[in-house]
Each structure stands twice: as structure tokens, then as C-alpha cells.
Design a protein around this ligand. Structure first.
Ligand code: HEC
Length: 459
């Protein structure tokens, strides 16, 4: 009955201005969610989740005034004739309440029960509503910075009590050009956009104060195709950044494309580090050797099973990994081989499978997981987009002995449940306590994987 009354009063609120204020949240769902998203995450209209608005000051009067007037030329309707002043005020109040990224009770995530991990491991939702979550960078003080693709934002996930419970999600910057890459170096956060690299200084103390954007003086191509740029700080103190091939397959070897470059943190001394790489969207440095490991996504249009995505190691500068001459490490490209043989190029350490879309990867250096996982490699497989039977959609564990693969097994399975995609893993990072984070740009979540030894089996 109560529900019915509420529904009726919402309907009435829409039909004509009412004297009393209905709940701001309910009014929002009724009038605004279609354009701004059910969680205020943004859709046709901008994101309204975090009180960092472009058009309006973050106070009640300014907001109510803006909503009443609308922004007609830009597609935001006027609500003056639809909502009473008291309703406008309660929507404003609602918009000024931060959206909690703190996950809801476990019961709200029934799909968690259907993920499978090895015995002793469990997975929880670490942060929710982190729209289009891509790369993660964990600062030494434990703040997790996340770059988003589609949302154009960088956010900071903060656990004020340092108990790995996120109680604050702060937008560090927005309006960025597909900022999928984030890296922490010397107290600063570096962000890879399609068109440029930017830096926020002293990030851990400025993340919630709209920090100044410093643009690095470095010129990289800004093609959209494979233009997203992860960015990582190497053990040599340099920044590593890729430029993907601006095509499915093409030969642009004489240009900056299909390469990993490196540069000084100020953007100077940009140089090619590795070539023959179609599109890498993840790399990591080995904890003991310091060598660069990366994933490379194979070309499309050779059918469902060809070629395989690859895992490579580039222990020194100047190596060639085969693109566009050799596909998947073994098949001369039917259009671009030009007489070159696969044997001329570096062999992949692992062939990860066709179209799995291997993205972020990380070595486990912590000590929470059992010893057999130490310094082993976890790879996020985002999943295929054009394969008849979907592949990927999991987190793989690649075990290594020196630079050779020992095994490639599934570590987290279940991102497809009953034929429905419930998540697409993008990046892996480890927290100081040795637990693992996995970002998911499909549901906008960060998952956390912890380990607790199962009780010894009874005899
Ligand atoms: C038909 C789609 C649509 C609906 C419905 C709509 N908006 Fe908007 N809204 C927009 C668009 C588009 C913009 C961007 C306007 C601009 O750039 O000038 C916008 C902008 C805004 C902004 C400014 C955001 C910023 O970053 O400056 C606020 C606040 C806002 N809307 C609140 C609301 C509220 C509250 C409601 C419901 C009462 C609502 N909107 C309903 C489309 C919509």
C-alpha cells in the first residue's frame, strides 16, 4: 500500500507542481534518470554523481535555479512548469548527496556467488558505480586511482580508515579524452589520454582539490583507432607508453605507430622501445628482473580462431614482435607478410587464445596469496567482441619459470553467467595487504580478491 501511494505521489508530482516536496531521489528517478543515468552516472546528459558540475555551482540555490531554467539549446529541458520549488529544492539536495561507491550489502550482488576461483580465494565488490573503470594505480598511501574510458574521468577511491573499505570516491578530473591509462611516479599521477599525457602533482594531497592539469611536452599521434594509451612507470624511472596501429592491419612501421615508446617523466627524450606491436593495452615490469612484459591484441577478420592474442617480454630495447608481418606469433599475415617469416621476430611467451582481448596484467609481489602465486602473472581477458562463441571474459594466471611459460590457467571465471555478460575484466592491481583488485568497465566495478587458507581437511 505504501508503495502504491508513493508511486501515485510521484505520478502526481510529474503531472503538476505539488505544494509539498516529494523525495529528491524519487523525483530524480522519475524526471532525470533517463538522461543522467539511474545512478547519476551520465547518459545523454552529463554525469551528476559528484558535485563537480561544469554549468552550475554546487549549492542548492544554483542547482534548483539551473534545473528550473534548463539549458534548452544543449538539450536539458526546463522544469519550471513541471516541478514545484520545494521539489526542485529536494532534487538539489539529492544531487548534493554524494553517490556512495561503497558497495551495497553482499546480497545485492547475487552474481558474485557464480564466480569461480581456486579454493581459499574469494571475491567481493570493492567499489561500485565506477563508470567505465579501466587502468588502476595504487599510490603508496593506498589511494586507488582509476582511469575511465568512456566517462572521461579519473577518480580516486579512498579508504579513510585504511581498512580497504572505500568510503570516498572523488573525481580528480573530468572532461578528459578517454583517459584509460594511469601511473603513479614520484608523487604525481600521470594520465594517458588519446591526445596527450597529463600530470597531477602531489596527487595524494590534491586529489580532492581539483588539481592543476600539467600537460607534458610530448607529441604522440592522436588517432582514435587503438588510440587509448595505458601508461606505466618503469624501474628505470621512465614512463612507457604505447601507440597502437591506427587500423586493423596496416604497415606504419616508419611512423610512431605499433610501438611502445619511453620518455623521461617531463616528456623529454621520447624514444622507441619496442616495435611490431599491434595494440598493447597492458604492461607490467617483472618484480625481480625489471623486464617489460606486455599483452598484444591480434588482428581481426581472419576468422574465429586466428590469430591468438599474445603475451611477450621485451628484456631490452629494439626488439620486433612481428606486426604486421606475422599474426599470433606463428602465422605469416595473409595480406601483409611481404615474404617475411615469423621466425624473424620475437616469439610470444604465451599464446593466450584468439580474440580473448588480453588487457591489463600484474605480477603478484605480495604475500597474502600462497607461495606458489608469488611473482606470478595475472592477466585480465576483457573478452571477444566478434567471435561466434565468446572467448576470454576471465582472469588468467600465467605461471612462469624464468622467461618461459609453465602454465596458463583460469584464475577467475564467471564473467559470463547463463549466457549473459556480467563483467569485462580490464586491469589488475595489488593492494599493500597482498589482495588483488580487478577493474570491470562493463558494470563499472572494482572487485577485490582475498585469500584465506581453507581449514585443514578432516581425516
Ligand atoms: C532530455 C534529457 C535531460 C533530462 C530529462 C534532464 N537533463 Fe539535465 N542535462 C541534460 C543535458 C544534455 C545537459 C547538458 C547541458 C549543457 O551542457 O548545457 C544537462 C545538464 C544538467 C546539469 C548540469 C551539469 C553540469 O555538469 O554542468 C544538471 C545539474 C542537470 N542537468 C540536472 C538535471 C536534473 C536534476 C534533471 C531532472 C529534474 C535533469 N537534469 C533532466 C539533459 C537532461
Amino acid at each position: 500500500m505504501k508503495k502504491l501511494l508513493l508511486a501515485l505521489s510521484i505520478a502526481a508530482a510529474c503531472a503538476a507542481p505539488l505544494a509539498h516536496a516529494a523525495s529528491g531521489a524519487a523525483l530524480y528517478q522519475q524526471n532525470c534518470a533517463a538522461c543522467h543515468g539511474a545512478q547519476r552516472e551520465g547518459a545523454i546528459g552529463p554525469n551528476l554523481a559528484d558535485a563537480t558540475w561544469v554549468k552550475v555551482k554546487p549549492n542548492k540555490a544554483a542547482l534548483a535555479g539551473f534545473i528550473a531554467a534548463g539549458s534548452l539549446t544543449a538539450g536539458m529541458p526546463s522544469f519550471k512548469a513541471i516541478l514545484a520549488p520545494a521539489d526542485l529544492a529536494s532534487i538539489a539536495d539529492y544531487l548534493l548527496t554524494p553517490v556512495s561507491a561503497a558497495p551495497a550489502a553482499a546480497a545485492s550482488y547475487p552474481e558474485l556467488a557464480n564466480f569461480t576461483l581456486p579454493p581459499g580465494f574469494s571475491m567481493t565488490v570493492f567499489a561500485d558505480k565506477v563508470n567505465a573503470a579501466r587502468s588502476m594505480a595504487v599510490s603508496p598511501s593506498g589511494i586507488v586511482y582509476v582511469g575511465s574510458g568512456a566517462a572521461g574521468k579519473v577518480v580516486a577511491l579512498v579508504s579513510s580508515k585504511r581498512d580497504n573499505v572505500i568510503d570516498k570516491v572523488v573525481t580528480v578530473a573530468e572532461g578528459l579524452d578517454t583517459p584509460i591509462g594511469v601511473a603513479w611516479l614520484n608523487g604525481a599521477l600521470y594520465v594517458g589520454e588519446v591526445s596527450r599525457v597529463i600530470r597531477f602533482d602531489n596527487i595524494d594531497s590534491t586529489y580532492d582539490k581539483s588539481p592543476k592539469v600539467n600537460v607534458l611536452k610530448v607529441s604522440l599521434p592522436s588517432d582514435k583507432w587503438h588510440g587509448g594509451k595505458v601508461i606505466k612507470a618503469g624501474p628505470d624511472g621512465k614512463l612507457y607508453i604505447p601507440v597502437g596501429a591506427p587500423c586493423n592491419v596496416c604497415n606504419k612501421e616508419n611512423e610512431p605507430y605499433s610501438k611502445i615508446h619511453r620518455m623521461n617523466p617531463d616528456g623529454s627524450s621520447l624514444e622507441e622501445y619496442a616495435r611490431g606491436i599491434r595494440n598493447t593495452v597492458g604492461f607490467a615490469f617483472h618484480p625481480t628482473t625489471g623486464q617489460l612484459w606486455f599483452t598484444d591484441n591480434g588482428r581481426d577478420m581472419l576468422g574465429d580462431n586466428l590469430p591468438s592474442d599474445k603475451l611477450h617480454v621485451a628484456p631490452k630495447a629494439g626488439m620486433h614482435f612481428g606486426f604486421p608481418y606475422c599474426a599470433g606469433g606463428v602465422v605469416p599475415d595473409p595480406e601483409f607478410a611481404a615474404g617475411r617469416k615469423c621466425a624473424e621476430f620475437e616469439e610470444p611467451v604465451a599464446k593466450l587464445g584468439p580474440h580473448v582481448a588480453a588487457l591489463g596484467l600484474a605480477f603478484n609481489t605480495g604475500s597474502q596469496f600462497p607461495a606458489q602465486y608469488k611473482n606470478q602473472l595475472f592477466v585480465a581477458e576483457h573478452g571477444s567482441w566478434n567471435r561466434a562463441q565468446k572467448s576470454g571474459y576471465r582472469v588468467a594466471l600465467v605461471t612462469l619459470h624464468e622467461n618461459k611459460m609453465v602454465s596458463d590457467t583460469v584464475f577467475i571465471d564467471g564473467f559470463i553467467q547463463n549466457g549473459e555478460v556480467v563483467g569485462r575484466p580490464v586491469d589488475i592491481a595489488f593492494l599493500a595487504d597482498g589482495s588483488m583488485l580487478v577493474s570491470d568497465d562493463h558494470r563499472g566495478r572494482i572487485y577485490r580478491v582475498t585469500y584465506k587458507a581453507p581449514p585443514a581437511a578432516k581425516k
